[in-house]
Design a protein around this ligand. Structure first.
Ligand code: SF4
Length: 355
């Protein structure tokens, strides 16, 4: 029987999962992340100690041969220079790297979150606020060694974590850089800061490496995802499945005694005008599929950017009423770990409404 390139790629991913030691029974996984929680060492250090980080990085890199890293599943050979939807080769382009003080409080702490912004994107929303980086690919090409140096530099500055922004299309390079960096002393948690347009089967390759997942869940309706994010009609299903896998690996958000995040899942949801983001369905889904104490950040900062001016329903900011109803739905759904700044925004907006 003739085997297609797509079948071959899928079999390769399955083989990696089976032979790479990440195909555990659910209870074994739960035990492993409880262990990691107990000693609070970043997962990748423990994997390196066991000698399995290098293999995982090599396995991930081999996916470039017929790239199916994300739900676009382009099947291009990135090792030979072919490019798919994300337009990225097999090297990394970085737009910026610096301590970031605008992230969630438990990531920012006193010294900032060590943020690395990767150029290009596998989702590309019409309202993208980073469009010169994500759509136009502004940035500098660097090798995996240089990426490792940036990680070490951010750690040296005192950052509490390495915050990988839009990492999906360069995940194999990130694993290689992590291996190089941890051989030179990297020891702070990795934050996987993603649009949520992920494949659960690929997220499984990160089990034991990433300690903090920071995914968006942008839409609950595939028609909206297709319209505003370049035909990504499968976004809601892909993102939900990926988030369930992330939670299975790391559990809920946990902080150390200083209030700094050490591991767990933190979900972001941007409220959009005219209920385009499906906020009510979003909070219902979280409350029915994840623990009620799941960290959820309901964000009010939508503004019209890039091509959003051309789309009538999203060509304005959100109203106070839209944000207040979003927070009311979240609380009514029983979500008990809402981002403190989202609560502060709600209180401020509510006071403005009722002087
Ligand atoms: S990472 Fe890029 S090339 Fe690979 S499947 Fe996704 S969009 Fe296509």
């Amino acid at each position: 029987m003739r085997i297609t390139r797509r079948q071959f790629a899928e079999e390769t991913i399955q083989r990696i999962l089976m032979t790479g030691g990440v195909f555990y029974a659910g209870h074994a996984i739960a035990a492993s992340f409880k262990e990691r929680r107990k000693d609070r060492l970043p997962g990748y250090l423990q994997m390196k100690k066991r000698g399995s980080l290098a293999k995982r990085a090599d396995d991930a890199f081999s996916i470039f041969e017929s790239c199916r890293l994300c739900p676009r599943q382009c099947g291009v050979n990135r090792l030979r220079g072919e490019r798919g939807f994300c337009d990225n080769s097999n090297t990394v382009r970085v737009a910026a790297a610096h301590p970031h003080f605008g992230e969630e409080l438990s990531l920012t702490g006193e010294n900032g979150s060590g943020t690395i912004f990767f150029s290009r994107c596998n989702l590309r929303c019409v309202f993208c606020q980073n469009w010169p980086i994500a759509h136009q690919g502004k940035g500098e090409d660097i090798g995996d060694e240089q990426l490792a140096e940036k990680m070490l530099w951010l750690q040296k500055l005192g950052c509490h974590n390495i915050n990988l922004v839009t990492p999906t299309h360069v995940m194999p390079n990130i694993l290689r850089a992590t291996l190089i960096a941890c051989e030179k002393g990297l020891s702070i948690p990795l934050v996987y800061n993603t649009s949520g347009y992920e494949r659960a089967v690929i997220i499984r390759l990160l089990d034991g490496i990433v300690d903090i997942y920071l995914p968006d869940l942008k839409y609950m309706d595939g028609n909206h995802a297709a319209r505003y994010s370049r035909d990504a009609a499968d976004y809601p299903e892909s993102a939900r499945n990926a988030i369930l896998e992330m939670h299975r690996q790391v559990g809920t958000h946990r902080m150390n005694d200083q209030g700094i995040a050490v591991n767990g899942l933190m979900i972001r949801h941007l409220v959009m005008p005219n209920r385009i983001a499906g906020t009510r369905q979003f909070v219902t889904w979280v409350s029915e599929n994840l623990p009620k104490e799941t960290y959820v950040n309901i964000m009010p900062q939508y503004h019209v950017a890039y091509k959003a001016y051309d789309y009538a329903k999203i060509a304005r900011s959100i109203t106070v009423e839209e944000y207040l109803e979003a927070m009311t739905w979240a609380e009514a759904a029983g979500l008990s770990n809402l981002d403190p700044r989202s609560i502060e925004s709600r209180n401020r907006f509510a006071a403005r409404d009722n002087p």
